[in-house]
Design a protein around this ligand. Structure first.
Ligand code: MIC
Ligand code: SF4
Length: 639
């Protein structure tokens, strides 16, 4: 039987396990990346594992999230990460060099290799045929130390593209279309391979927009073949030698095949507050717009920015609209400046922000009260923009500019003639903002610089055989990590200070959660389906751990968050009968007894009032050991 692209890479990197869907497999990891918001914690964990130098082929530490520096905290964390990088053999991408996924695609990604990153949009590198996955910081720390990365062998989905995108329709619309088809949980447990004749019409940055947003489907990752288009991109980046061709076998077998005809797609928007709440620009035309943001790891490539500049050239944005443009990398910004496109953007009335995540994670540029914000980003979860009642829509750069010009949601196809942008034959290469690590000899004398913002890792304890806990919070379906542990400019600087972060835990759902959890000391959270979707932030597990959360019982879980709960030593349990969710009330006293046996046979009984509710526990012996020891750090250190 033939293999899919992902199966080929998995086979090459398989350390243990059988490649059977749902079975746990261990993979050798070639490259890792971290960003600063998850990086400080990941490097504290790496230090605590106690390895002298990274054992990957390449590890890069990016600074792109916490770049506001409105106090000493972020600057201290950046210095900490820079010193760790220098000492342990990691490249350090300085603030201003760009968003991790954009820079990694441009400068470091290699087709056929494995990459894990402490950021959920790491699959962006699937645009050049890498098997790239988001992971918790601790998993990345272990991989940097040469340890394997464990996943459940995913199902294989194939999206067959035919046709060609029509003028004013772009790769973002493909991402939104697949979200319409599959929903935010439709990709859980699957790898999505993109193929068919239609992919020959898509450049690498367009492919990367699509693999980037595969994260919003809950997919393990998304991947394109590595072909002539990949080769041309790598050559234009001066990295032609990184190219290897990669495609699936003609007789590869997929669990699901989805057909999309690019020629039939229209400009789409994801409406508040979920990336799968899709409507067309035609349907929404006339909605008043207050703010437009262009950028993020989804749509900040040179190609996207040139398109934006072309649309803005010689025009002014509407007086009522505030427009921000954040190029994805120093390479993009500098090439925009050199060719004059930056002046066209500035002359239109746009505000140009630095090459960083910025408004995407609420780092400035929050919308006005109840403001309508159109963003070329990948997530529009409630409150994520920093304004709780903002109405955020996810759009393509084309819809973004068309709407900024008119002040209303506008179908760009009404703008008339469409001119293709011309991509340069070679990108401008300047890697001077990537600081190289010290040699092993020099590294011995490098001191790690720790600021006062860095507080100790929360205490973990081995799992007891019986848990008696208060049901301190009951939430619904699709709870995101932005609900569990919000981000944004006011909170993000404290990512290495769990006690401080804890005040904001679940604040989007219940402002009193943290206080109540501290009163009860032993807590359980109950959720609906797809609990923990969204980011890779392990803080969404570490902070509940700090607040005494012992278990989460849900209808189903998102992939990375499940790992993060296990890594923190928190029990993720599912209802055997999803309807039992309705029987539980907030502040019920819950008893989970005989856990060790229950974990062995996969069945645990929840006692509440006079009821016994069957729960399922479907994890491997390795995961059980991790939870029993009180988390992956204790397990890895052999405590
Ligand atoms: C996000 O887009 O939510 C983030 C911020 O990039 C997160 C990582 C984090 O919370 O630091 C992600 O996607 O993993
Ligand atoms: Fe940064 Fe936004 Fe991408 Fe997350 S989704 S890495 S915050 S740009």
């Amino acid at each position: 039987m033939g293999l899919t692209i992902a199966q080929k890479i998995i086979k090459e990197h398989l350390v243990s396990g059988e490649m059977r869907v749902g079975e746990e497999i261990a993979l050798r990891i070639d490259q890792t990346l971290t960003q600063d918001a998850t990086g400080t914690m990941a490097y504290l964990e790496f230090e605590s594992i106690g390895i002298e130098r990274v054992r990957t082929k390449l590890s890069v530490a990016y600074i792109d999230h916490n770049t506001l520096q409105s106090g000493f905290e972020n600057a201290d964390d950046h210095r900490y990460i820079q010193s760790v990088a220098k000492k342990y053999g990691i490249r350090f991408s300085r603030p201003g060099n760009g968003i991790c996924h954009q820079v990694h695609l441009e400068r470091f990604g290699v087709p056929g290799m494995t990459l894990i990153g402490s950021d959920s949009h790491t699959p962006t590198a699937g645009g050049i045929g890498m098997l790239a996955m988001g992971a918790g910081g601790l998993n990345v720390a272990v991989a940097m130390g040469g340890g394997e990365y464990y996943i459940k062998m995913p199902k294989m989905f194939k999206v067959n593209l035919t046709g060609k995108l029509q003028p004013w329709v772009s790769a973002k619309d493909v991402s939104l279309e697949i979200l319409r088809i599959l929903s935010v949980k439709g990709g859980v447990g699957a790898i999505i391979e993109w193929g068919g004749e239609g992919i020959k019409t898509l450049s690498v940055p367009e492919r990367a927009t699509i693999t980037n947003m595969g994260t919003e489907l809950g997919a393990t990752t998304s991947i394109f073949p590595s072909d002539e288009i990949t080769k041309a991109f790598l050559e234009a980046q001066g990295r032609g030698d990184a190219y290897t061709p990669l495609e699936s076998d003609p007789d590869a077998v997929y669990d699901r095949i989805i057909d999309i005809n690019l020629s039939e797609l229209k400009p789409l928007l994801a409406c508040p507050h979920s990336p799968d709440n899709i409507k067309s620009a035609e349907e929404l035309k006339g909605v008043k717009v207050d703010q437009v943001c262009i950028g993020s790891c989804t749509n900040s490539s040179l190609r996207d920015m040139l398109r934006v500049a072309k649309m803005l050239k010689g025009k002014k944005i509407d007086d009522s609209v505030s427009l921000s443009v954040s190029p994805g990398s120093k390479q993009v910004l500098s090439m925009l400046a050199d060719c004059g496109a930056l002046s066209d953007i500035l002359a239109s009335g746009a505000r140009v922000l630095e090459c960083a995540c910025g408004p995407c994670i609420g780092m400035g540029f929050s919308p006005n009260s109840a403001g309508v914000s159109l963003r070329t980003f990948n997530r529009n979860f409630e409150g994520r923009s920093g304004t709780k009642d903002a109405q955020v829509y996810l759009v393509s750069p084309e819809v973004a500019v068309a709407s900024a010009l008119t002040g209303y949601i506008t179908d760009p196809r009404t703008l008339g003639a469409y001119e293709e942008v011309e991509m340069p034959e070679a990108f401008k290469i300047d890697d001077s903002a990537v600081v190289m690590p010290a040699s092993p000899e020099e590294a011995k004398n490098i001191e790690i610089l720790r600021g006062p913002n860095i507080k100790p890792f929360p205490e973990t304890h081995p799992l007891e055989n019986k848990i008696t806990a208060n049901l301190t919070l009951k939430v619904g379906d699709n709870i995101t990590t932005d609900h569990i542990m919000p981000a944004g400019a006011k909170i993000l600087p404290y990512r290495s200070n769990i006690p401080f972060l804890s005040k904001f835990c679940f604040a989007v759902c219940d402002e009193n959660f943290a206080t109540r959890a501290q009163e009860f000391k032993s807590n359980i959270v109950v959720g609906g389906s797809n609990y923990g979707q969204g980011s890779s932030r392990e803080h969404a597990a570490l902070v509940p751990l700090y607040l005494g959360v012992k278990a989460v019982i849900a209808k189903s879980f998102a992939r990375i968050h499940t790992d993060n709960l296990i890594n923190a030593g928190i029990l993720p349990l599912t209802f055997a009968n999803p309807d039992d969710y309705d029987k539980l009330n907030q502040d019920d006293t819950l008893v989970l007894d005989n856990l060790y046996d229950g974990m062995k046979n996969g069945k645990i009984t929840l006692k509440v009032r006079d009821m016994e509710i069957p729960l399922e526990y479907n994890y491997t012996d390795r995961q059980t050991e991790i939870i029993k020891k009180g988390g992956l750090l204790a397990y890895t250190k052999g405590e």
